[in-house]
Ligand binder design. Structure first.
Ligand SMILES: Cc1ncc(COP(=O)(O)O)c(C=O)c1O
Length: 368
């Protein structure tokens, strides 16, 4: 029995990667393990993803590149985010690849690579319409690719973009971005054979083979979360994470008794209330106050009252067989019942990504 634990099914991560790889055919699968593997534990999930058919990894930050690069030195690792000059050093030392989209930054990377005494591998980012990182000027992107290719301290490894509406199945903007990307990718690859083109995230992989190019950068689906915020089973994805705790106490609540801060729930009839010792300090968001269900003994019980930092309360009903010590499941399966991260996301009016990323470092991640 543990106060709170995230159980990670690494077999599910492997299977999800195999599923994505079967969709991708010859294109490579790059598993995105940023934000501690979307809250699942980056190190173990990276290894499971590689075992499932991923051949590359991606992270967002220099710190993440150092963590993964140290451990998995033989695997190509892309750092996708913006970097300060100091962070460039850290990424090059970690042996990771960098994203470049401005000539000035290209110069910084080349100078630092020269100081390190080995070539830095760079992926030039074209902003085809995400409106975030990347260069939106196609001419500048081509020039930048040429400058990278002829710089002795750099190796032009990739041309890439990111899609803004891959998870919106009816969006034509998705096709417009791909049209823009295809034109530049073809031009870059004609001039620089061996460079890889990549655009797809999880939603794009499942939505349209046209987006696959030479590689796809998949995060959410690797963890068995549905990129379309529906049931992951619809795409044969297996949720990898469950969030588990236990019933620390069971108390009789005469009608009118309140639970938690602000007395935001009162028993309407005499009932039993279970106290479960995890809360928003563990990433169980306060927006779930009076707005979630918890599994105990394979049954759903309403979360009642305000989510505290370290505790939540559930209404077990007027007659209960639940006892202190029984397991409580906030995300995951227990018996025939299952609570998906997508369910909590809908209650919180957010996306499954945020639900698992929110699980705090106070919660240990253990294999299922
Ligand atoms: C640049 C980039 N590529 C790929 C991904 C992976 O996307 P997904 O988790 O939807 O597969 C992300 C995630 O946010 C990203 O920022």
């Amino acid at each position: 029995m543990e106060r709170a634990v995230a159980r990670i099914d690494l077999g599910a991560v492997r299977a999800n990667c195999a599923r994505l790889k079967s969709e991708l055919g010859g294109a490579e699968l790059c598993a995105v393990v940023k934000a501690d593997g979307y809250g699942h534990g980056a190190d173990t999930c990276a290894e499971a993803a590689l075992a499932g058919g991923a051949t590359r990894l991606a992270v967002a930050t220099a710190g993440e590149a150092e963590q993964i690069g140290r451990r998995l030195q033989h695997v190509k690792l892309l750092t996708m985010g913006a970097l300060t000059e100091d962070e460039v050093d850290a990424v090059i030392s970690a042996g990771a690849e960098l994203a470049v989209w401005r000539e000035g930054f290209r110069g910084v990377v080349a100078a630092r690579a020269r100081a390190h005494g080995h070539r830095a591998r760079v992926h030039v980012k074209y902003d085809t319409g995400m409106g975030r990182l990347g260069n939106p000027d196609a001419g500048e992107v081509l020039e930048l690719c040429r400058a990278c290719a002829k710089d002795p301290h750099l190796e032009l490894a990739g041309i890439w973009t990111h899609l803004a509406t891959a998870d919106e199945p009816n969006s034509t903007y998705f096709d417009e971005q791909l049209d823009r990307f295809d034109a530049i990718a073809a031009a870059v690859k004609a001039e620089h054979p061996g460079v890889i083109a990549h655009a797809a995230n999880s939603a794009a992989v499942l939505r349209d083979k046209r987006s696959h190019h030479d590689m796809a950068r998949c995060g959410v689906a690797v963890y068995g979360l549905d990129p379309f915020q529906r049931d992951p089973a619809e795409h044969d994805l297996r949720p990898a994470l469950s969030l588990r705790s236990y019933v620390a106490d069971v108390k009789r609540f005469p009608a009118g008794t309140s639970a938690g801060y602000g007395r935001r729930w009162k028993a309407e009839v005499d009932t039993w209330v279970g106290v479960i010792p995890l809360g928003y300090g563990d990433g169980v968001r306060r927006g779930l106050s009076n707005n979630a269900e918890v599994l105990v003994g394979g049954q759903r019980y309403p979360l009642v009252g305000t989510v505290s930092m370290d505790n939540i309360t559930v209404d077990l009903g007027p007659d209960t067989t639940v006892e202190p010590g029984d397991e409580a499941v906030l995300i995951g399966r227990q018996g025939e019942e299952e609570i998906l991260a997508e369910e909590l996301a809908a209650r919180l009016e957010t996306i499954n990504y945020e639900v698992t990323c929110a699980i705090s470092p106070r919660v240990p991640r253990h294999p299922a």
